[in-house]
Design a protein around this ligand. Sequence first.
Ligand SMILES: NC(=O)c1ccc[n+]([C@@H]2O[C@H](COP(=O)([O-])OP(=O)(O)OC[C@H]3O[C@@H](n4cnc5c(N)ncnc54)[C@H](O)[C@@H]3O)[C@@H](O)[C@H]2O)c1
Length: 260
Amino acid sequence: MNRLERRRILVTGAGSGIGRATVLRLLSEGAVVVGAGRSAEGLALTRKQAAEAGIDAGLTTLEMNVADETEVIAGVGSAVETLGGLDALVNAAGILRAGHTHETSLELWNQILSVNLTGTFLVIREALPTLLANSRSTIVNFSSTSASFAHPYMAAYAASKGGIQSLTHTLALEYGKQGLRAVSLAPGGIKSGITDATPGYLPKDSDWSLFGRLAPIVPPDNPKELAGPENVAGVIAMLVSDDGRFISGTEIRIDGATHT
Ligand SMILES: NC(=O)c1ccc[n+]([C@@H]2O[C@H](COP(=O)([O-])OP(=O)(O)OC[C@H]3O[C@@H](n4cnc5c(N)ncnc54)[C@H](O)[C@@H]3O)[C@@H](O)[C@H]2O)c1
């Protein structure tokens, strides 16, 4: 089923994890995609995997630091030119760092906010005029369960993801009459770069009793199973397709009922 036939989509964070899985899924459903990322090697691997799957004809990759306004202006402009417009934007770029809040430097706080929240804003701002040229368009942003459910030692990350939810609600109202839908995804633990790296960032003296339930309770056949990036990518494909046309101004939690 090519429900995304010729749909023009920009995906950030395309050089690994959920962003890469999203690029591959969107291509497999017929979209034309610009995958933007920070790491040239990561983007090369995304292109390689698309080629191996025989779906690389519609893929262009682009190096772009979302926290750098000049790079975002140039990068989004180049993506729009390559695609000849833009129907959807997926903001998957993000970083996670952790630590005791009272030991968090202003520099680290600003770094996390500038990539996750300001970076998401900058890409959206640059993409909006082109998205709004269509009668229908979609923005998918990345929040996290940490935005609504307390996760210790992640104050800056959680604040950035809460900000993304608020930003998304505003977009959905402000531009809804122009056909724009805006949705946040709130994944729990997904097998990917960020999850793999998290234990390395947590304080050595972390109090694990503060984490509550960490594992999903569904699917029940394999209690230790974490969702993979492809599970999130499938939800994104639905959201940017007409199947998602009544979903806007909300969060979709993908955590296997971890926080239920
Ligand atoms: N993996 C999880 O469990 C989980 C849970 C909740 C939310 N998320 C969110 O999902 C999104 C994707 O994360 P992931 O799990 O695939 O992790 P990941 O580390 O594999 O992917 C993040 C990507 O963002 C890119 N990136 C980082 N800083 C950037 C910058 N300044 N400019 C451009 N790109 C930059 C990285 O190079 C990487 O490719 C993130 O926003 C993350 O916060 C992930």
